[in-house]
Design a protein around this ligand. Structure first.
Ligand code: AR6
Length: 178
């Protein structure tokens, strides 16, 4: 992977709702009506207008994404994606997770987002192993960025220390070998 593409990928720690970026990604469920984890945090920070807009979207299939405004967030948009529930790895989970990331990137570029932040989609209650998710998602983002100027920068905002460590390791081993 080219150095230019890798330099457009950043890792951060903490709460994605605090980021000043054009769009943040929500790890949602098929209803798009809120939940726990990062989904709960985003709805709390964005305010009730976000839920009102989500109600009108009619849900979202696993592997797809839908965009809303960000309301009280610093981010202009929230891109809601529904990751797969991990059930052993032989049920198409990696294709579905790659599809989530690809659809989010496509929507961000279509809405002229220069900066986009992802959480570790599917790595909480949906149970996706962190190292596998890091490999699939980094490969999908790196591939997309090779043929798209937008988003200019992609940030993973990783709340759990283990998630940060997993992404850092895959990035170092695969994309920034010493
Ligand atoms: N900022 C960034 N990352 C966060 C935050 C935050 N504020 N809070 C949690 N995480 P999860 P999933 C991390 O469970 O596995 C919801 O109920 C968390 O540590 O939020 O895709 C939805 O409604 C983990 O690494 O999402 C769905 O029903 C990562 O975000 C279901 O959970 C994802 O964990 C989706 O499950």
């Amino acid at each position: 992977m080219g150095e230019v593409v890798v330099s457009r990928i950043k890792l951060a720690r903490g709460d994605i709702t605090t980021l000043k970026v054009d769009a943040i990604v929500n790890a949602a469920n098929n209803s798009l009506l809120g939940g726990g984890g990062v989904d709960g945090a985003i709805h709390r920070a964005a305010g009730p207008e976000l839920l009102a807009e989500c109600r009108a979207l009619g849900g979202c299939p696993t592997g797809s994404a839908k965009i809303t405004r960000g309301y009280r967030l610093s981010a202009k948009y929230v891109i809601h994606t529904v990751g797969p529930v991990y059930s052993g790895g032989d049920c198409g989970e990696s294709d579905l997770l790659a599809s989530c990331y690809h659809e989010c990137l496509r929507l961000a570029a279509a809405h002229q987002c220069a900066t986009l932040a992802f959480p570790a989609v599917s790595c909480g209650v949906y149970g996706y192993p962190l190292d596998e998710a890091a490999k699939v998602s980094l490969a999908t983002v790196a591939q997309f960025l090779t043929h798209s100027q937008l988003p200019r920068e992609v940030i993973w905002c990783l709340f759990a220390p283990a998630a940060y460590d997993a992404y850092e390791k895959v990035l170092a081993d695969t994309y920034r070998p010493m």
